[in-house]
Design a protein around this ligand. Sequence first.
Ligand SMILES: Cc1cc2nc3c(=O)[nH]c(=O)nc-3n(C[C@H](O)[C@H](O)[C@H](O)COP(=O)(O)OP(=O)(O)OC[C@H]3O[C@@H](n4cnc5c(N)ncnc54)[C@H](O)[C@@H]3O)c2cc1C
Length: 389
Amino acid sequence: MTQTQAEAVAQPLTVLAEDEVIFRDSVRQFAEQTVRPLVREMDEHAKIPRSLVDELFALGMMGIEVPERFGGAGGRFFHAVLAVEALSAVDPSVGVIVDVQNTLVINALLRWGSDDVKARYLPRMASSTVGAYALSEAASGSDAFALASRAAETADGFVLNGRKLWITNGNEADVFIVFANLKPEAGYRGITAFLVERGFPGFSVGKKEDKLGIRASSTCELVLEDCRVPRANVLGEVGKGYKVAIETLNEGRIGIGAQMVGLAKGALDHAVAYVKERRQFGKAIAEFQGVQFQLARAATELEAARLLVYNAARLRDAGRPFLTEAAMCKLHASEAAEHVTSLAVNLFGGYGFTRDYPVEKLFRDAKIGQIYEGTSNLQMLTIAKGLLG
Ligand SMILES: Cc1cc2nc3c(=O)[nH]c(=O)nc-3n(C[C@H](O)[C@H](O)[C@H](O)COP(=O)(O)OP(=O)(O)OC[C@H]3O[C@@H](n4cnc5c(N)ncnc54)[C@H](O)[C@@H]3O)c2cc1C
């Protein structure tokens, strides 16, 4: 093969560029050294300490795609995927705070923000301000555009009323992308995205959910009672909020795929180490072919999930269509994560069922992958639509 022919061969998906390797390794090191010692305490107290969030900012993980002129890391979407994967291998709750900040909030600001919005918000998002993305409500989850929150125009802006539910980062965030309908008679074409700050009059954060998994990640209700939002804080155009939501979530679910790949890898690593140490019938349980086959299947499912996630992310960075691939990667990665973490609990035996070992937590954490940013059924609807037209 000539050099030109060799260059024409596409890179294998899992071969990372030099900058990607350096970035991933730095996140891995941070996850091992700084996050790992806090995992159990954060799960038990259902809280991520602000000092850890500050370290995420200091390392550039909260503004990965923010251009350098706004104080960000000037990276690509793929870097965000690598960060979410590496953090989630240690703690998927820390993975999701970084995921929402980058793949939903900053992504929406970059894509839909006016020059004024970008100049006002991006430097803050890259340096100290946590963001949240508020679409879901009590009665509108999968059918998100049936949202009941309302906006009304005033002389100097808008006033919002309604309640949002399940909002990730609700406790930590100071900026919220809130979707409300300005013209209910126009159906989803009345939905508008607003940038709401914690300190705006009429805005408050309500009840925090007590959850099965990703317990350290805050999931909160938001209350909008005549919440006043200046005109300059419309994100994108009035009536185009449905587009902001759809397009952001299409990308966001690749991040959830990365969260699931990371946590499955974390569980598999724990299981591999344990089966080599644990002895039964006079030998390490890793020597039983039954155990080897279970691990081999888990590793294969995980590799397939990673390939789907990396492919979707690389398609997105290449500016190519990725809608079906993003849905497939979340669907498969979340199922793989459930299978792999469940196997890890089984292989730890009785110890796997206790809080003294890390796999029961990852098993609990895996469940959310099939629910948020579109349930598995909704991902399958997207995939089927692509197939059937
Ligand atoms: C921990 C956590 C964090 C979250 N973070 C956020 C956030 O930051 N921002 C935000 O806006 N939302 C967030 N959500 C909300 C999340 O996106 C919704 O819970 C999710 O979209 C499902 O909506 P739902 O809970 O109302 O379930 P429903 O829509 O009521 O679904 C219930 C069941 O019905 C099935 N179903 C519904 N419609 C169909 C259909 N057409 N065909 C087949 N099956 C169907 C679903 O697959 C599911 O199994 C979060 C949720 C959780 C639990």
